[in-house]
Design a protein around this ligand. Structure first.
Ligand code: NAD
Length: 479
């Protein structure tokens, strides 16, 4: 299919700029497609089309039928799983097995929210004698969605699923680094029968199409996932029109290993939670906090496992692919170089396959430790396969270090002491806490989101549907 068009009101067309942006595969740096360079004029038309859909056929569609359309989209995605897997892998560089899991999760979002569409109920409230009070949950209206490049297909499902299920009409601006699966998914959505204007897609640069969407006065709600810096810009633009938003901005998530932890599963999980998607996961477990009494032994075993990680192009289907772009590779290398210059010991490195194409954006997964708490490796999001080991003394110390960054997205606790599991789960300021495990593998049903600089609002599960709806109180005085 041609990827160089935008979709407004169910019509594919060139953007006003008539310009395109090259998409390259991170596996070899070669161009694989061109996407449309949408801008303010296109966004404006898309928002107007969404408004008409919201006030028209889509907005009037019963929840049951909305849900059916979403479920149908989920099934259609499964019917195209091979094609979408290859597209996602080429576009992002991620290993095929991971791309496949991502596509299956994308389908799952639409299955879940298809089923949820008619299950968001309002409330009744006991009030004064002679009154009946209802709280209705209504859709927000037109929702804007700005998503990143790390999981394009999953983000498509995660952000559009709950919004559409709640009855909103949407305008999506995916990332210019990787969005081919989003374009194809939009085409599949049309095939299953979403009415014109329900889903509108404007590709383009963040400063152009993204900025136009976040500042558009016709938007009722914004959903953004990406960097904290851009999250601030989006929130400021939204504030101009008093538009609420949900922001998911990454993390510096800790894995906390106590001396009574079951080591084997901990080590496997800790390695995969930082190398999955080449570490470009907002919920990557990028700090491993290890109790001092077992630090040397545990880190020795972890380093052994870490050094077996293999990196290569998406088609080789190894543990880890390239990072998304030359910019991201240089950003990650900057962290590695600074850490070395700061004298932080390298404990282990993974291996880049000898036949990995020269033009690809490969970085060696690297385990550093012990990393001083004030070092940038211990507090900034690298967004690459870089793990920082940090020792701690006791529970209080673990909690202090775990909570000691500006972020608070996810945490993992490894201990067999039940009381400690709960004490830590309660004390850690993160949107998700895993005990003796880590990562939700999609976790469509599980509310997800940040504390502090990791953002606010919740995605996934029924929580996301609450975000995409608004309460309206109806007070009846009947005597
Ligand atoms: P980004 O925040 O620049 O991009 C995310 C999305 O925002 C993209 O669709 C982009 O086009 C759009 N955007 C960019 N500028 C915009 C603007 N002025 N107004 C509106 N939208 C705009 O992220 P990035 O540059 O792709 O990555 C930079 C860093 O962000 C990464 O290294 C990583 O640390 C972090 N990041 C986090 C996540 C996450 O899932 N939390 C995802 C991607 C990147």
């Amino acid at each position: 299919m041609p990827f160089d068009q935008i979709l407004i009101n169910n019509n594919w067309a060139a953007p006003a700029s008539n310009d395109t942006i090259a998409m390259v595969s991170p596996s070899d740096g070669k161009e694989i497609a061109r996407i449309a360079r949408g801008g303010a004029e296109d966004v404006d038309r898309a928002v107007r089309a969404a408004r008409r859909a919201f006030e028209g056929a889509w907005g009037q569609m019963p929840a049951l039928e909305r849900g059916r359309l979403l479920s149908r989209l989920g099934h259609a995605i499964l019917d195209h799983v091979d094609e979408l897997t290859l597209l996602e892998a080429k576009d992002t560089g991620k290993p095929l097995k991971q791309a496949r899991a991502d596509i299956i999760n994308t389908a799952r979002y639409f299955e879940f929210y298809g089923g949820a569409a008619d299950k968001i109920h309002g409330d009744t409230i006991p009030f004064l004698d002679g009154y009946t009070v209802m709280v209705l949950r209504e859709p927000r209206g037109v929702t804007g969605h700005i998503i990143p490049w790390n999981y394009p297909a999953q983000m498509f499902g995660r952000t559009l699923g709950p919004s559409l299920a709640a009855g909103n009409a949407a305008v999506l601006k995916p990332a210019e680094e990787a969005c081919l699966s989003c374009i194809r998914l939009t085409e599949i959505a049309l095939e299953v029968g979403f009415p014109p204007g329900t889903i509108n897609l404007v590709t383009g640069y963040g400063e152009e199409a993204g900025a136009a969407l976040s500042s558009h006065p016709g938007i009722d709600f914004l959903s953004f996932t990406g960097s904290p810096e851009v999250g601030t810009l989006v929130q400021k633009a939204a504030a101009e029109h008093h538009v609420p938003c949900v922001l998911e901005l990454g993390g510096k998530s800790p894995q906390i290993v106590f001396d009574d932890a079951d080591r084997r599963p901990a080590i496997e999980t800790i390695v995969s939670a930082i190398t999955q998607n080449a570490g470009q996961t907002c919920s990557a477990g990028s700090r491993v906090l290890v109790q001092r009494s077992i630090y040397d032994g545990f880190i020795g075993e972890l380093a052994g496992r870490f050094s077996s990680v293999r990196v290569g192009p998406h088609g080789a289907d190894l543990d880890c692919g390239p990072v998304i772009s030359a910019v991201q590779r240089d950003r990650v290398r900057g962290f590695l170089d600074r850490a070395r210059a700061d004298g932080i010991p390298v404990l282990a490195e993974g291996n880049i396959a000898p036949d990995a194409p020269d033009g690809g954006y490969y970085v060696k997964p690297t385990l550093f430790g012990p990393v001083p708490l004030k070092n940038s490796l211990a507090c900034e999001e690298v967004f690459g396969p870089v793990l920082s080991a940090i020792p701690f003394d006791d529970e209080a110390d673990a909690i202090r270090i775990a909570n000691g960054t500006d972020f608070g997205l996810v945490a993992g606790i490894w201990t067999s002491d039940g009381g400690r599991q709960l004490r830590l789960a309660r004390a850690i300021r993160a949107g998700q806490v895993f005990v003796n495990g880590y990562g939700a593998g999609g976790g469509i049903e599980l509310p997800f989101g940040g504390f502090k600089k990791s953002g606010h609002g919740r995605e996934k599960g029924f929580e996301a549907m609450r975000e995409f709806t608004v309460a309206k109180t109806v007070v009846l005085r009947h005597g």
